[in-house]
Each structure stands twice: as C-alpha cells, then as structure tokens.
Design a protein around this ligand. Structure first.
Ligand SMILES: NC(=O)c1ccc[n+]([C@@H]2O[C@H](COP(=O)([O-])OP(=O)(O)OC[C@H]3O[C@@H](n4cnc5c(N)ncnc54)[C@H](OP(=O)(O)O)[C@@H]3O)[C@@H](O)[C@H]2O)c1
Length: 246
C-alpha cells in the first residue's frame, strides 16, 4: 500500500516519535499525521522539532513539538506527561532517537563514545519504552516500535559501539514484547537499512554492496504497516528493509 492509502487509518491515535526532528523520524512523523494521528515530535533540537511540527500543522495535521533527551528518564517521563495533557493519551511509540558516534576500533576506542552510544541507542530506548507502558495500558493496548539496524547482524570494524547497542536493543525488544503481551502492547523492531540522513553523511557512509540506499520517505510504508496492525498483531518481530545480511 502507498502512504495515501492509509488516509484516516490512524485517526484518533496519538503517536510519539523520538528523533522526530529530522531524517527517518521526521518522515514517519509526517506520514503518521497524514494518516490521521496526533503526533508528538520529540528530540533535543527545538529548531528541528518545531519545524517538523509546524510543517505537519501547515499541511492540516495535528502535532506538537516536545523537547526531550532520551538519555534522561525524567525528560522522557515529562514528554509523555505533555503528550497526555495535549492529546489525552498515547497509542503508538516510535523509539527512533539514535546516534552513530565514531568510537573507533576496540583496541584503541574512545570508551566514553562507546558508553554515550549506549546511553542513546539502548538506554534511551529503554526509557522511552518503559515510561510509555502505563500510558499504553490505560488505552487498552498499543504499539512500541524500535528503530533497529542491520549493523546488529554484521560485524564492521570501528562500528562496534553502534552495532552492539542495536543488538542489545533487539533483545530488549523481544523481551519487552513477551512481558507486555498480556496488555495488548506489541513491541517490534523496524530496520530501515541504509538511508540518506545526517547519520550516514547523507549516503556517504560505506554500506555492503548491493544494498538499497533509501530516502527517509522510503521507510514510511513499513512504518505505516506496523502502526496499523491489530492490537493482537505481530509482536517480538523484526521487520527489515535490507537487501543484504552479510
Ligand atoms: N540512516 C540510516 O542509514 C539508518 C540505518 C539503520 C538504522 N538507523 C536508525 O534510524 C534512527 C534515526 O536515524 P537517522 O538516520 O534518521 O539519523 P538522524 O537524522 O541523525 O536523526 C537522529 C535523531 O535522533 C535524535 N536524537 C539523538 N540523540 C538524542 C537524544 N539524546 N535524545 C533525543 N533525541 C535524540 C536527533 O535529534 P537531536 O540531535 O536534536 O536530539 C535526531 O532527531 C536511529 O535510531 C538510527 O540508528 C538509521
């Protein structure tokens, strides 16, 4: 299905998107709003989230910008409080905030950069998912999507921090899915594969030959598909747009 086929499919839903200020998160935020959701666009840069939320409202959608630092639990808790105050609840969460700090090869790596990568990619997602659960329970269920990475399947010299954080995120996804299944909350991983965003130097980073280099909008159909699955739909699953594993 194309994005326009989802018109109204998310009417009445509230979607919270971390890392919504640019790149993949921005494209999905705009698509969820077009599908009828009220969207909370969250990240640290106020300029970027204000611009995305403004674009959504200008196009006739409903959105608010919400500054958040996902590495701080209290910041994430406050984000949901603002979402509920503004839109009445939370139904869909995309834990998408991420970083690909260059920590370097393990022998000589910048250990602090390694830890900082985990703070965003793993602990940020943990905070985002954990603090969402009471709100999703109040709605009788909901969806948590984690933006994963194909890097978790292929060792790449110099990228150990990023790849390891995303591999840990995958186990977090599966475990949480089992823990909240009884509450009709699904938890799945969305792997975009290579996308032209700031994180990849807009496509200049090295990817395995034969991979599909995408624009952020190319990730939208899968994000819409996952957001519109039934409450008893897939959970603990990984959905990928990659063409290569090794
Ligand atoms: N691009 C790819 O090829 C690719 C492939 C696979 C997976 N991914 C994943 O896709 C997700 C989005 O990445 P992208 O490619 O769209 O990169 P991007 O354009 O650099 O966007 C990253 C987003 O995360 C936000 N962010 C970073 N640290 C944060 C923090 N501490 N708190 C709140 N927000 C934070 C950034 O905003 P602020 O800096 O303003 O906070 C930004 O909005 C990431 O999880 C990434 O790992 C990307």
């Amino acid at each position: 299905m194309n994005a326009q086929d989802y018109a109204g499919a998310l009417a009445g839903k509230v979607a919270v998107i971390t890392g919504g200020g640019r790149g993949i998160g921005s494209a999905i935020a705009q698509a969820y709003a077009k599908a009828g959701a009220a969207v909370v666009v969250a990240a640290r840069s106020s300029t970027e989230i204000d611009a995305v939320a403004g674009d959504i409202r200008e196009a006739g959608g409903t959105a608010m910008a919400c500054p958040v630092d996902v590495t701080r639990m209290e910041s994430v808790t406050a984000m949901y409080e603002q979402a509920v105050a503004q839109f009445g609840g939370v139904d869909i969460v995309l834990a998408n905030a991420g970083t690909a700090l260059k920590a370097g090869n393990i022998e000589t790596c910048d250990v602090q950069a390694w830890k900082d990568t985990f703070e965003v990619n793993l602990f940020g997602a943990l905070h985002t998912a954990r603090a969402a659960i009471p709100h999703l329970r109040r709605r009788g269920g909901g969806k948590i999507l984690m933006t994963g990475s194909g890097s978790r399947m292929r060792p790449h010299p110099g990228l150990s921090a990023y790849a390891t954080s995303k591999l840990a995120l995958w186990m977090l996804t599966q475990t949480l899915a089992l823990e909240v299944q009884e509450a009709n909350i699904s938890v799945n991983e969305l792997i975009p594969g290579p996308v032209r965003t700031a994180m990849t130097g807009f496509g200049k980073a090295t990817f395995p030959p034969g991979e599909w280099m995408k624009e952020p909008e190319d990730v939208v159909p899968l994000a819409l598909y996952l957001a519109t699955q039934p409450l008893v739909g897939p959970t603990a699953q990984s959905f990928s747009l990659m063409r290569r594993v090794g």
